[in-house]
Structures are given as structure tokens and as C-alpha cells.
Design a binder for this molecule. Structure first.
Ligand SMILES: [Zn+2]
Length: 113
């Protein structure tokens, strides 16, 4: 069990797990990592090409010509996309584009306006 943390009090490496607690046999200190685990649970953030965080309802502009799957249409660079919705997945933006209809884009190919 090499992945147990050292005792935060005396830095002993002979700690052991007892339920949801860690226990140090040398100084009898007991502690829990729950707080740190919650902290580590990072909220997933979707960022545009410039690293700005995107939110539902944002307006973005396309930064490169994007081919539309299954058609010969191309969404031109500079196309404005209003009222985006963030979704899970490879394409993480759900939106409607005038003249194209419902569309899914990758956040790396847009920038926030
Ligand atoms: Zn200790």
C-alpha cells in the first residue's frame, strides 16, 4: 500500500486506512481525505480557442471553415453562432446556425464574442 499519505502531523509513512479514515500508529492521529477529494473534483469547463470559458447562451464566432458532415456545405470562418448550449462529448457545443439548422461544434474551433 504505497499510495497511502504520510501522517500530516508527524510525517510518518506507516499510516493505514480504517474505513474512511487514515490512522497514524506512531502519534495516533486520525484524519480523513474527504475534504481533499471533494476539492479535487474539478468542474468540467469548456473553453474556446482562446482559453475563455464558455457558458450556455454565449455567442461565438467560428475561427476556421468547418465542413458540415454529410453535405458539401461549409460553415465559413467568422460565422456567428448565437445562444450555444454546452453538451458532453467530442463535439461539446450544441447550437443552431442560420441556413444550416441544428449543429454540433467543437469548442476549439470557436471563440467567444
Ligand atoms: Zn503521526
Amino acid at each position: 500500500m504505497s499510495n497511502l499519505p504520510n501522517c500530516p502531523k508527524c510525517n510518518s509513512q506507516y499510516t493505514y486506512e480504517d474505513g474512511h479514515l487514515f490512522v497514524c500508529p506512531e502519534c495516533a492521529h486520525e484524519w480523513s481525505l474527504t475534504a481533499e477529494e471533494e476539492h479535487a473534483e474539478e468542474q468540467r469547463m469548456i473553453k474556446d480557442a482562446n482559453g475563455n470559458v464558455l457558458n450556455d447562451g454565449d455567442t461565438v464566432s467560428v475561427i476556421k471553415d468547418l465542413k458540415v458532415k454529410g453535405s458539401s456545405s461549409v460553415i465559413k470562418i467568422g460565422t456567428k453562432v448565437k445562444n450555444i448550449r454546452l453538451i458532453e462529448g467530442d463535439h461539446d457545443i450544441d447550437c443552431k446556425i442560420d441556413g444550416f439548422g441544428a449543429m454540433q461544434l467543437k469548442s476549439e474551433f470557436v471563440k467567444k464574442i
